[in-house]
Design a protein around this ligand. Structure first.
Ligand code: SAM
Ligand code: SF4
Length: 331
């Protein structure tokens, strides 16, 4: 390896990069976006070539896992070709993706063939009307068929991500777990994070991971598990269903920062050092100013990592602390 590994100012090795390939999306989930969004003009979004160059830069510095996300990564033109190129980068162990599943019916097989190893698919409700209310425009059937297509396409692992909100879908926790069991896939429950002003009071709908756990325990025996994903999720197993792991992503009630191994690249090329802080580095500017030499980019990366915050500071009352929306951050 020609360059040093990436290590931040607190001695944490950074080997995981999340890239938001677009801020656009075909859904408007109530926790993620406002109803009427203005998206970035195309010239301010990283080109596919710039995304690839950044991925190459990071894998050259020891990054082993890349997650493509968004916005909705599958609405980005050329996404399959980009996946194929990134998956082939030397040193990369795993290319994975987070998607809302709406386009998986057509794209599951091409993505698997391109080298995407695992998919996280967002699914907050199994009731078509509630699903529509949460996503504002989505069709549950498309996503369910997408999940079916992904199962058939042979990914190493699939996982459902569900954001649980009081008054919207907290009654569906156990049904979502049963769905995961039937399909032999994992499921993670996410506490809503205060990213962006979405036009409602998030504090009122806050539903903690502990409350989710109690809902599951009404139907299933949960076993403690020491498994670690290298990320913020904590896992438990079900006594009678060993093929399904249950994850809890609890930014409010569990602080996972001490083992943080990741940074994020936004669709407009800002490198975010922490989801819970505003400080970032303008990589897009550097990429465009230095098309032929990577040295200034490496120097900027090293400098930026020294300022990676020790921890996030989300509060539980739902107050918006970060003005960015999740779709712009690469959730
Ligand atoms: N469009 C894709 C999807 O929905 O899976 C990928 C991008 S989305 C921003 C990534 C994940 O972030 C999704 O699982 C979504 O549920 C979650 N998410 C979005 N806004 C959130 C928020 N305010 N709090 C917690 N999770 C959020
Ligand atoms: Fe789109 Fe994903 Fe945000 Fe929903 S959570 S609006 S699907 S980017």
């Amino acid at each position: 390896m020609s360059q040093n590994l990436l290590v931040d100012g607190h001695g944490r090795r950074i080997d995981y990069l999340r890239i938001s390939v677009t801020d656009r999306c075909d859904f408007r989930c109530v926790y993620c976006m406002a109803e009427h969004m203005t998206f970035l003009p195309r010239a301010r979004v990283l080109t596919l070539e710039e995304i690839y160059r950044t991925a190459r830069l990071f894998t050259g510095r020891g990054v082993r896992k890349i997650r493509l996300t968004g916005g909705e990564p599958l609405v980005r033109q050329g996404i399959v070709g980009l996946c194929r190129r990134i998956a082939a980068l030397p040193g990369l162990h795993e290319l994975v993706m987070t998607t809302n599943g709406s386009r998986l019916q057509e794209l599951a097989v091409p993505l698997a063939e391109a080298g995407v190893k695992r998919l996280n698919i967002s699914l907050d409700s199994l009731d078509p009307e509630k699903f529509r209310a949460i996503t504002r425009v989505g069709h549950l059937d498309d996503v369910l068929r997408g999940i079916e297509a992904a199962r058939a396409a042979g990914f190493a692992r699939l996982k459902i991500n569900a954001v649980i909100m009081k008054g919207r879908n907290e009654t569906e926790v156990a049904d979502l777990v049963d769905f995961a069991i039937r399909n032999e896939i994992d499921i993670s429950f996410i506490e809503e994070m205060p990213l962006g002003e979405v036009g409602r009071d998030r504090g009122e709908s806050f539903f903690s991971s502990d409350e989710v756990r109690s809902r599951i325990a009404e139907r299933h025996e949960l076993l403690d598990s020491v498994e670690q994903s290298g990320g913020p999720a904590r896992y438990q197993r079900l006594a009678r269903h060993p093929r399904t792991r249950i994850g809890f992503i609890s930014p409010h009630s569990h602080n996972f920062c001490s083992t943080c191994n990741r940074v994020r690249l936004t669709a407009e090329g800002r490198l975010l050092l922490c989801l819970g802080h505003e400080n970032s580095v303008d990589l897009l500017g550097l990429l465009r100013r230095h098309p032929l030499t990577d040295a200034p980019l490496h120097a900027a990366l090293d400098k930026a990592l020294q300022s990676k915050p020790l921890r996030h500071e989300f509060s539980r009352d739902g107050e918006v602390q970060i003005v960015r929306f999740m779709n712009a951050s690469g959730g």
